[in-house]
Design a protein around this ligand. Structure first.
Ligand code: SF4
Ligand code: SF4
Length: 179
């Protein structure tokens, strides 16, 4: 499992890179940061990422969940941490998933990685995905670097393998993103 020092490094290299040179939140009213009608939207932390937080952050609420019940691979540690934010956060503290969106890795059967747009059903529309807006090269290359490190964690790799096979079996779009 990745350690706090690994997450420190990943937070550091993603701190200032953004998908577009301008604030993409102006395209959609910051759709991916809205807590949802019933304040039910949130994200999962990666295993070990919880060490980056005090759990006293006023902008986050925490839920410990059973990984098997949430259909994570059997290798995932129990519990998994699901966090919900208030819709604003100190930028340097935001979870890693927020920093990588809207790109995800796709692991091909030969083990090679493609970086693609998120294919999971989302409860909002991200114009970066729907309009396939060209992303900054620095963002794409940084996200790729982050995923190469994350994939060294066997739990995370198991999840990405499962997601990749699901994508293929369901004919979801797999198109490498260029920066
Ligand atoms: S939904 Fe997409 S375009 Fe809107 S703020 Fe989030 S990443 Fe940017
Ligand atoms: S933690 Fe910050 S970046 Fe992530 S969804 Fe909430 S407001 Fe947006």
């Amino acid at each position: 499992m990745l350690k706090r020092k690994d997450y420190h490094y990943l937070y550091d290299i993603t701190h200032r890179v953004t998908p577009l040179a301008e604030d993409c939140g102006t395209l959609c009213g910051r759709a991916c940061c809205q807590p949802g009608r019933d304040s039910d939207l949130g994200i999962y932390l990666f295993p070990g990422e919880e060490t980056m937080f005090t759990r006293r952050e006023s902008w986050l609420t925490w839920e410990e969940q059973n990984p098997a019940e949430q259909l994570f691979p059997a290798s995932w540690p129990d519990p998994v941490y699901f966090v919900r934010c208030t819709g604003t956060c100190p930028r340097d503290k935001r979870p890693l998933a927020c920093r990588l969106f809207p790109l995800v890795p796709h692991l091909q059967k030969d083990g090679s990685m493609l970086l693609i747009y998120e294919t999971m059903h989302l409860p909002y529309t991200c114009p970066l995905i729907t309009r396939q807006i060209k992303l900054q090269q620095q963002f794409v290359s940084t996200v790729k670097k982050v995923w190469k490190l994350l994939l060294q964690d066997p739990c995370i790799r198991d999840l990405i393998v499962d997601d990749s096979r699901y994508r293929e079996e369901n004919n979801l779009p797999i198109q490498a993103v260029e920066g």
